[in-house]
Design a protein. Structure first.
Length: 226
């Protein structure tokens, strides 16, 4: 870091929390395209070089934003204790993940497939594995159940978040495809689709999420009994 950057950091009281909070706000307000060190510097009233005390590059900043949203998940699951039923614990974790994905779709859409290695992520990994460990599965099966649970829900949440970052007219075009395209298909050629067209329109993201969580828990139960 340059001496100028250090002096600006010292003079303004700029710290990691301040940077990440403002970057998260900027990203969600204007999209990740607006998130640059230079733009963030303007938001905070400092030279962009001040940020390099904390981050080598923009990718490190993005991972820090991801870990911040994961920390918020931890804040929502503080009621989980060693005595909490594992099914309830997984449901609480899934509810918290859904809430964060809906609250911060821009950051979530970019980072749901990433591994931050940050302190919050490490704690979530420990929490889920600690929930699964007492179920009596082998370490290999426990690891697989962990990855199945987390990766499936991250994929669903990431897809939902990505859709929510689309321009409103594009999102409406996608959402209306069920009624605009599929409900209008010729019944003779697409009889099954036409028979379910109305039901397809009514399916919500929340229903898909809840059914997925139920399915994952049910599958884990079969692995315990195996």
């Amino acid at each position: 870091m340059t001496r100028k950057g250090w002096e600006l950091t010292k003079a303004t009281g700029l710290n990691l929390t301040t940077i990440v909070d403002r970057a998260l706000e900027l990203a969600e307000r204007e999209g990740l395209a607006a998130l640059s060190m230079r733009r963030l510097g303007r938001e905070l009233g400092v030279d962009a070089t001040a940020f390099y005390r904390h981050f080598r590059d923009k990718d490190e900043l993005v991972l820090a934003l991801s870990d911040r949203t994961i920390a918020m998940i931890l804040d929502r699951i503080t009621m989980i204790t060693p005595e909490t039923d594992w099914r309830e614990a997984l449901r609480l974790i899934s509810d918290a993940m859904w809430h964060q994905a809906r609250s911060y779709p821009v950051v979530f859409s970019l980072t749901f497939a990433r591994t931050t290695g940050g302190p919050a992520e490490r704690q979530v990994v420990e929490t889920i594995l600690r929930t699964l460990q007492p179920l009596g599965m082998t370490p290999a099966k426990t690891a697989l159940m962990y990855r199945l649970f987390v990766d499936t829900l991250l994929s669903l949440a990431g897809m939902n978040s990505t859709a929510r970052t689309l321009p409103p007219d594009i999102l409406e075009k996608d959402v209306s495809a069920w009624s605009r395209v599929y409900a209008a298909l010729p019944g003779k050629e697409f009889p099954a689709t036409r028979a379910h067209a109305d039901a397809l329109i009514e399916v919500t993201d929340e229903q898909i999420w809840a059914a997925s969580v139920d399915s994952l828990i049910t599958y884990i139960e079969t692995q315990i009994a195996d």
